[in-house]
Design a protein around this ligand. Structure first.
Ligand code: BDR
Ligand code: CA
Length: 312
C-alpha cells in the first residue's frame, strides 16, 4: 500500500478525491490537511471532517493549513462552482463530522514524514501554499516525499479562472512556482489539459449514486459543478479525483517530462504555467506532466468508479 497524505480544499472534486484516498485498496491514508481555496479555510476544514466522518475514517489525522496565499491576498474563490458550502449545496448530506483537527498542517505532515518507514506520496489538490511552506521550512524532510502529485495548471488549453490560469495555481502562484520550478521533488502534474478530457457522464454518475449513501451524496453535488465549469452539464470534470488515482495507482496517466515556469507577475498572465517543449535543458528540473495522448481515458473512468463504489 502507498503511504499517502492529501492536502485539499473541499471542494466537490476534492470530495471525490478524499473518498478515493480513503477507499482505494492501494492507499494507506496517513493524513489529510485542509487549505483555503475553493471556499475559506474554516469551510474546507469542516468539509474535510464531514468527508472523513462519513467514510468512517476518524483514525486519519486532520491538519489545518494556510488560510491565505503566501504573498498576495486572495481575490477570488470558487463558490460559484462548488457552492457556498463548498460541496455543491449538499454539504449536510456528508457526515457525521469526523475527527477534530489534530494540529497545524505542517506539523501533521512532518509527523507522517518523520515516522514513515517508506517514502510518502503527497497529493496536493488545492492551492500549493501548504506544500510550499513545508518544503521551505522543513528541507530535512524533502527526501522523504517519494512523489508529489499535483492537480493544477493548464499547459496548452488556457485557464479556467482567467484566460491564462487554472484555479489552484492562480490561487497562489508564488507557492506554485516554489513547488513546481524551484524545488526538486519528483513531481507529477495533472493539468486541465487532461482533466477536461477525463470527464464523467450521466450514466457514470448514476452508477456511482446507486453504489450507496456516499456515492449518492457525491453524485448529488454535480449540478453546481457542471454548470460552473461551463462544460456540458452531462460531461462533468472531477479533476482532483483523476490526480488522486494517479497518486495511488502510479502510471495510470501518460506523462511527458517538461520544464515548467509559473508567471507570478500581476498582469493578465498571472498564474500561467508555461511548459518548455524545446527539450531538457542541462541541469534543468522537469515535472512529469499528465497528457491525454496515451492515457486510457475510459480505463480511468472505470477505475475511479470501481474504487469510489467500494467495488474492489
Ligand atoms: C481545481 O480547482 C478547484 O476548483 C478544484 O477543486 C480543482 O482542484 C481545478 O481547476
Ligand atoms: Ca481542489
Amino acid at each position: 500500500m502507498i503511504p499517502l497524505v492529501v492536502d485539499t480544499d473541499p471542494g466537490v472534486d476534492d470530495a471525490y478525491a478524499i473518498a478515493l484516498a480513503a477507499r482505494a485498496p492501494e492507499a494507506d491514508l496517513r493524513a489529510v490537511t485542509a487549505v483555503f481555496g475553493n471556499v475559506d479555510l474554516p469551510t474546507t476544514t469542516t468539509n474535510a471532517r464531514r468527508l472523513l466522518g462519513m467514510l468512517g475514517r476518524g483514525d486519519v489525522p486532520l491538519g489545518v493549513g494556510a488560510d491565505r496565499p503566501l504573498v498576495h491576498p486572495v481575490t477570488q474563490r470558487a463558490a460559484d462552482v462548488h457552492g457556498d458550502d463548498g460541496l455543491g449545496g449538499v454539504a449536510e448530506r456528508f457526515g457525521p463530522l469526523g475527527p477534530e483537527p489534530a494540529g497545524r498542517a505542517l506539523d501533521v505532515v512532518a509527523g507522517v514524514l518523520e515516522t514513515s518507514s517508506e517514502p510518502v506520496v503527497l497529493a496536493a489538490i488545492g492551492p500549493l501554499t501548504d506544500v510550499a511552506l513545508l518544503l521551505a521550512t522543513r528541507p530535512d524532510l524533502t527526501g522523504r516525499i517519494g512523489r508529489l502529485v499535483v492537480m493544477g495548471g493548464s499547459v496548452g488549453i488556457g485557464g479556467n479562472v482567467s484566460a491564462a490560469a487554472e484555479f489552484n495555481v492562480w490561487s497562489d502562484p508564488e507557492a506554485a512556482r516554489r513547488v513546481l520550478v524551484e524545488e526538486r521533488v519528483p513531481t507529477t502534474l495533472v493539468p486541465l489539459d487532461l482533466t477536461h478530457v477525463v470527464t464523467v457522464d450521466r450514466s457514470w454518475l448514476e452508477a456511482l449514486a446507486a453504489s450507496g449513501p456516499l456515492g449518492e451524496a457525491l453524485a448529488a453535488t454535480r449540478h453546481v459543478y457542471g454548470h460552473g465549469e461551463a462544460l456540458r452539464v452531462d460531461r462533468v470534470p472531477i479533476h482532483d479525483a483523476v490526480a488522486l488515482l494517479e497518486a495511488v495507482v502510479p502510471g495510470t496517466l501518460a506523462t511527458v517530462p517538461l520544464e515548467l515556469e509559473v508567471d507570478t507577475s500581476l498582469g493578465p498572465s498571472r498564474g500561467l504555467v508555461l511548459a518548455d517543449r524545446r527539450g531538457r535543458a542541462p541541469g534543468g528540473h522537469t515535472v512529469d506532466v499528465a497528457v491525454p495522448d496515451g492515457t486510457d481515458v475510459d480505463g480511468v473512468r472505470a477505475a475511479l468508479l470501481r474504487r469510489l463504489s467500494g467495488d474492489m
